[in-house]
Design a protein around this ligand. Structure first.
Ligand SMILES: [Fe+2]
Length: 201
């Protein structure tokens, strides 16, 4: 097994500790399954330089300062994320091409672990989404089950249900293929997501 660099293991450990503090729930069980898979297996580490940071990354500092005002475990997720944020391959949604509009310039996603990230992994993909204030990330869906850990607050919606506000340290659990969207209010939205990529379990 390849050795995971400290900057990544510190981030995963922090996420694990934050998840352990959650009340018993389906999202807690989902995170536990992902953490177990990440613990059992380390992929190839990609140390190459990533692209330039897109404009929305100017909001990273403000988003992380929200985390620094919450619980110790979330503060630590924020600290360990800050240590890797500049290394990440931030990019707008790949299927979105209109480079002139507010959404294109007001959001970015980055894979941390998984294809295209800092480390490959067969079972789990971990990443981050950053959304500028007052920008909405439109409906999307995907086969993998997904769990978000909110670092800086925003609102989430599943299917045609009402928008739900989620603060730093709270979570959202998306079953496979559910339509979901998110939007930032007057603060930037930052969330860490985990996707379960294995289809045969
Ligand atoms: Fe998603």
């Amino acid at each position: 097994m390849t050795e995971r660099p400290t900057y990544l293991s510190a981030f995963i450990d922090a996420h694990c500790t934050a998840a352990r503090a959650l009340p018993k729930s389906s999202i807690k069980a989902f995170f536990e399954k992902c953490h177990q898979a990440l613990k059992e297996d380390t992929g190839e580490v990609d140390g190459s330089d990533k692209k330039e940071l897109p404009p929305v990354c100017e909001y990273l500092e403000a988003a992380l300062s929200v985390a620094s005002q919450t619980s110790a475990p979330i503060k630590n997720v924020g600290h360990t994320f800050e240590a890797i944020a500049q290394k990440l391959p931030w990019q707008p949604r790949l299927d979105y091409k209109d480079q002139t509009d507010d959404f294109y310039n007001g959001h970015a996603n980055a894979v941390i672990i998984g294809e295209g990230g800092l480390e490959s992994h067969r079972k789990v993909r971990v990443g981050a989404s950053l959304i500028a204030p007052n920008v909405e990330y439109p409906n999307h869906r995907h086969p993998p089950e997904e769990g978000y850990l909110v670092i800086s607050e925003g609102e989430w919606r599943q299917e045609a249900n009402p928008w739900l506000a989620r603060k730093s340290g709270e979570t959202i659990h998306n079953p496979p293929n559910i339509w979901h969207a998110m939007k930032a209010g007057n603060k930037p939205l930052l969330a860490i997501w985990m996707l379960w990529m294995e289809t045969d379990s």
